[in-house]
Design a protein around this ligand. Structure first.
Ligand code: GTP
Ligand code: MG
Length: 431
């Protein structure tokens, strides 16, 4: 079957990786592992001696307590095996390799294994963030599906009616659900499916294919080729704009980028100091002003960003959608000012949507799409809702890529959107 077998293998691999990292940290549960992996980025590999360059250097203590048998080596004071004619006695096709090249290759191999270990941990950390963050949706959605299967045993019209209800409750969106059920019915007929348990596999398969088919939407931040990358954050009140900026500042700061935050939500009292607080927490530069024209604040802030040679700028704005024309004019003005100081900017305009608002979020996305050029969506508070299906509705109905998802209030609870981890978080109990 299409994707299902691949997903099953993928799930197995993810579970194996999680087990391995759990073993390494000597913990039993996912919760404990999540805590361990959230430790401030201190490097724990005890066999490695890492300095600024991130590469393990050789060090005498690496060999402590280890027996060394080197009958074939000719070592003098420099500690390096020198070539002597007898080394080549039985070999005809020897390629000349210098000592430097050998050492370089050894360093390269060690570097690769260190990075792949670190990469695996990062991946596991992301998978378990999804796992925890989608728990509510999973519990509701998957348990309803398996109950449905048990209740009917056989696939019939009533089964489809109740399935429709379950999908709509998960906020997959009416249009998407209709299209999906249509495809499912066809497959049931064509493949003569009667068993509800088997149908669950087909459901996972079809939901995954909804997401991956059609135009491929990139989920990466569009970075400036040179100079600062400018990211404008928009969205209605209370959806999580400021918190998301804090989380993104933390994320890019950890990647070694110089980050600056501009507080241009000049409307709501307390919004600017709230962002400044995030700047302090994450070590980002800050510029902001209250009760003034947001475009002016952005103008001054960006001049500072250029002067300070920052890599990434996140701009917080006020989210008012009471008057579409006003908001459109304001965003137009903001965009003009940004483009004047940094040609080609903003490089990203991220719309923040609160997943707990379900279909309301979808209408917000449609409205914002009409008034400005939204390049990506951040879906927040997925942890607080069973409406995790909204990701599929956004893909189908809004056609803007979800680039990040918020899975908690903590500074680390933001993940780049990853369809595989998302499907894993939703269906891991079912496969
Ligand atoms: N559970 C959960 N809570 C979140 C998430 N993101 C944000 N929040 C919470 O949502 C609330 C509102 O967040 P803000 O960042 O202030 O939202 P905002 O869009 O800047 O709000 P205004 O500035 O008033 O327009 C805060 O209590 C956040 O902690 C998330 O991913 N999960
Ligand atoms: Mg705010």
């Amino acid at each position: 079957m299409g994707f299902f077998q691949n997903l099953k293998n993928l799930f197995k691999k993810k579970e194996k990786d999680i087990e391995e990292v759990k073993e390494e940290y000597n913990v039993e549960t996912i919760e404990e592992l999540k805590e361990e992996l959230e430790e401030p980025t201190e490097i724990v590999e005890k066999d490695f001696d890492i300095d600024d360059d991130g590469i393990d250097d050789f060090n005498e203590s690496d060999f402590e307590g280890k027996e060394v048998h080197e009958p074939d080596l000719d070592i003098d004071d420099d500690g390096i095996d020198d070539f002597v004619p007898s080394d080549f006695d039985d070999n005809e096709n020897i390629q000349e390799v210098t000592e430097e090249e050998v050492l370089e290759q050894v360093e390269e191999v060690k570097k690769k294994s260190w990075f792949s270990k670190k990469e695996k941990k990062e991946k596991v950390k992301q998978t378990i963030t999804y796992d925890k963050g989608l728990e509510k949706t999973r519990k509701e959605f998957v348990s309803s599906l398996s109950l449905l299967g048990k209740k009917f045993g056989k696939v019939n019209d009533e089964y489809f009616d109740e399935l429709e209800e379950i999908l709509i409750k998960a906020d997959i969106g009416v249009n998407t659900v209709m299209k999906f059920l249509d495809r499912l019915r066809k497959r049931v007929k064509h493949e003569n499916i009667t068993d509800t348990e088997f149908l669950n596999e087909v459901i996972v398969d079809e939901l995954f294919s909804i997401y991956v088919e059609g135009e491929s939407l990139t989920d990466k931040i569009n970075m400036a080729e040179e100079g600062p990358t400018i990211v404008l954050m928009v969205g209605v009140n209370g959806v999580g704009k400021t918190t998301t900026i804090g989380k993104l500042a933390n994320k890019f700061n950890k990647q070694g980028k110089k980050v600056m935050l501009i507080g241009a939500d000049t409307f709501r009292a307390g919004a600017v100091p709230q962002l400044e607080e995030w700047a302090n927490r994450t070590g980002a530069l800050f510029y902001g002003k209250e009760q003034t024209d947001p475009s002016g604040v952005i103008y001054d802030g960006l001049e500072m960003a250029v002067k300070e040679k920052v890599d990434m700028v996140f701009i917080d704005t006020a989210g008012r959608l009471q008057n579409k024309v006003n908001l459109m004019n304001e965003l137009d003005k903001i965009n003009r000012v940004i483009g004047k100081i940094i040609p080609g900017a903003p490089h990203e305009t991220l719309l923040i949507i609160d997943a707990t608002t379900g279909q309301n979020g979808i209408s917000q996305a449609k409205s914002f799409k009409e008034i400005t050029n939204i390049t990506g969506i951040v879906l927040t508070k997925l942890d607080g809702t069973a409406k995790g299906g909204i990701v599929l509705a956004i893909k189908e109905e809004v056609k803007i890529p979800v680039k990040f998802i918020g899975l908690g209030e903590g500074v680390d609870d933001l993940s780049a959107f990853d369809i595989e981890d998302y499907i894993y978080g939703l269906f891991k109990d079912m496969i």
